[in-house]
Design a protein around this ligand. Structure first.
Ligand code: PBG
Length: 330
C-alpha cells in the first residue's frame, strides 16, 4: 500500500466536516437492513414484557397495525414468535403442526393486511413443548435429532402454506435444512426461502426472549446439547457449510454483538448473505444502560447496528428495528 507520512498524511483531514465524514463512510445503515421480531399474544390484550422494556406481545387484532408501521418505516421483514397458550403445549409439541395455530393465524392476518412485507417464521418446538426444549426429548431429557427433524419439516410446511416467506429454523438439529428444503420443493413452495440459524450459541443472552414466549419457567436443564459452545469458531464455519450445502438461502449468527467475529469469518469464508440476531439480552442491556442514565439510546442503537454492517452482515434482527428505522428515515 502506498501511503504518505505525517504531515502529508493527516487521517483527521477528512473527519473535519460532516459532509466529508458522510462521503468517506465505508458502510451505511438503512431501514432495509432491519428485521423486526414481533411476539404474538394468544389473548386479546397487549402484554408488556417486563424483562424486555418497551417490547410487548401483540394480540392478533393489533398485529397488522405493527406490520403497517414497519412497512411505512421501510422495514422489509418481520420475524414472528407466538406465545402458545400453556394448555396447547405438550411433550411432543404437536401444536406446531396445527395449520390454525397462533403462528399461522398471525401469518395470514399480516399477509391479508400488508401483503408487501416479508415474513420470517421461526421453526423450532420450544414455544409448543411442555419442557421448553426446541425438540423432542427422551427419558433422560436428551433432545432427539432425527425424530425432531421430521416434526420440524411438518412445522415448516404449515407455515409455508399459511404464507411464510422465509422459514427460519432456530432449533440446531443436524440435517433439518436439507429435509425442509426437500419438503418445500416437493410441496410446491419453491420460492419460500430458508434462513438457517446456522451458528446459534448456547447463550446467556436469551433470558428475556424466554419470558416473552413463556418458556423460562418450563425449560428443563439447558440447551448445550444442541446449541453451540461459545468457545468455538471453527465449528461455526462447519455449521454454516452444512446448512449452505443443504440449501439455505442465507445464514444467521446468533447472538449478535458478542459474536461479530463469527459474522466476519462467515462472510469472508463463504461470501453469502449473513444475518445477525441482536438478541433479547443485548436489547435489555442497552435499555437498562439507558434507564440508568449511562447511555444515549439513539446513539447506542445506531452504533451497535452499524457494527453489524461493518462486520459484514446483510441485515440484523433487532427489537430496536422500528425505533432505528424511524431514526434513519428522519
Ligand atoms: C428458540 C429461540 C430462542 C431465540 C430465538 N429462537 C431462544 C432459545 O434458543 O432458547 C432467542 C432470541 C432472543 O433472545 O432474542 N428456538
Amino acid at each position: 500500500m502506498t501511503q504518505a507520512a505525517f504531515p502529508a498524511l493527516r487521517l483527521r483531514r477528512p473527519r473535519r466536516h460532516g459532509w466529508s465524514r458522510a462521503m468517506f463512510a465505508e458502510n451505511v445503515l438503512t431501514p432495509a437492513d432491519l428485521i423486526w421480531p414481533l411476539f404474538i399474544a394468544h389473548g386479546d390484550e397487549v402484554e408488556p414484557i417486563a424483562s424486555l422494556p418497551g417490547v410487548s406481545r401483540w394480540p392478533l387484532a393489533r398485529i397488522a397495525e405493527r406490520a403497517k408501521e414497519a412497512r411505512d418505516a421501510g422495514i422489509p421483514c418481520l420475524a414472528l414468535f407466538p406465545n402458545t397458550p400453556r394448555d396447547k403445549r405438550s411433550d411432543d409439541g404437536r401444536e406446531a403442526l396445527n395449520p390454525d395455530n397462533l403462528m399461522c393465524r398471525a401469518i395470514r392476518t399480516i399477509k391479508d393486511a400488508v401483503p408487501d412485507i416479508g415474513l420470517l417464521t421461526d421453526v423450532a418446538l420450544d414455544p409448543y413443548t411442555s419442557h421448553g426444549h426446541d425438540g423432542l426429548v427422551d427419558a433422560e431429557g436428551h433432545v432427539l435429532n432425527d425424530p425432531t427433524k421430521d416434526v420440524l419439516v411438518g412445522q415448516a410446511l404449515v407455515q409455508a402454506e399459511a404464507g411464510s416467506d422465509i422459514i427460519a429454523p432456530s432449533d440446531m438439529m443436524d440435517g433439518r435444512i436439507g429435509a425442509i428444503r426437500g419438503a418445500l420443493e416437493g410441496g410446491g413452495h419453491v420460492d419460500v426461502q430458508i434462513m438457517a440459524y446456522a451458528a446459534k450459541y448456547a447463550s446467556a443472552f436469551y433470558g428475556p426472549f424466554r419470558d416473552a414466549v413463556d418458556t423460562r419457567g418450563l425449560l428443563k436443564g439447558d440447551k448445550k446439547g444442541y446449541q453451540m459452545n461459545p468457545a468455538n469458531a471453527e465449528e461455526a464455519l462447519r455449521e454454516v457449510a452444512m446448512d449452505l450445502a443443504e440449501g439455505a438461502d442465507s445464514v444467521m449468527v446468533k447472538p449478535g454483538l458478542p459474536y461479530l467475529d463469527i459474522v466476519r469469518l462467515v462472510k469472508q469464508r463463504f461470501e453469502v448473505p449473513v444475518f445477525a440476531y441482536q438478541v433479547s439480552g443485548e436489547y435489555a442491556m442497552i435499555e437498562h444502560a439507558v434507564a440508568a442514565g449511562a447511555a444515549d439510546r439513539d446513539a447506542m442503537v445506531l452504533e451497535t447496528l452499524m457494527a453489524f454492517k461493518r462486520a459484514g452482515a446483510s441485515g440484523v434482527l433487532t427489537y430496536h428495528a422500528l425505533h432505528a428505522a424511524r431514526l434513519l428515515g428522519a
